[in-house]
Ligand binder design. Sequence first.
Ligand SMILES: C[S@@+](CC[C@H](N)C(=O)[O-])C[C@H]1O[C@@H](n2cnc3c(N)ncnc32)[C@H](O)[C@@H]1O
Length: 223
Amino acid sequence: MFDRIAARYDLLNRLLSLGRDGAWRRALVRALDLHAGDRMLDVAVGTADVALQVLRAHPQVVAVGIDPALAMLRLGAAKLGNRHPAGGWHLVGGDASGLPFNTGVFAGVTIAFGIRNVPDRLAALAEMARVTRPGGRVGVLELQVPDHGPLQPLARAWVRWVVPLAGRVLSSADEYRYLRRSMEAFPSPREFSSLMAQAGLTRVTARPLEAGAVRLYVGEVPR
Ligand SMILES: C[S@@+](CC[C@H](N)C(=O)[O-])C[C@H]1O[C@@H](n2cnc3c(N)ncnc32)[C@H](O)[C@@H]1O
């Protein structure tokens, strides 16, 4: 599915987030507390926007990305190669529920707008925790239709009408209808935080961004 929308994916992201998606990914990267020499992993890396933010904020960190959609990875590799021709990044094909990395090799692991698409979320979170070193953080960024608050009616209308319409006009109707359905079906912040705890993460926080339309979840791997 993501291979089919890859070409227009970045454009739709900018439009549908009103240009805010970069700020959300920057908040995710800040939450990892990375340092020079660290290696981080971005799961569901897509067109590599999180990896680009990592390398911009921390030129001495190695960013590794994994995703099963090869068309997304190709676009990501082109962007990374353009801006970071000397390297400091690696992209690999693969699935969140079985990460092809040794235990505890990353200082931090992220997934941005990706966990919603993974059928076995607990397995994916447990894998992300497994490959993170003790004391390292796992950060999850996800869209959410807020169930109350000042932005709730606007966010609901946006997801019901604007997202499918923009998808139909600029990309692919089915895929952006799926985005709406998957957002509406995503667990509440309390339920998702509890899933992170079940995956072995501690000190789990769920910070609302944009009045709750986006959530930044962070958990720590016990020492
Ligand atoms: C909405 S995009 C997010 C891409 C990127 N993280 C970003 O911030 O723009 C969702 C990504 O999840 C990937 N994905 C879907 N199922 C997956 C799975 N089982 N394991 C890992 N990634 C998956 C898709 O291929 C796609 O690139």
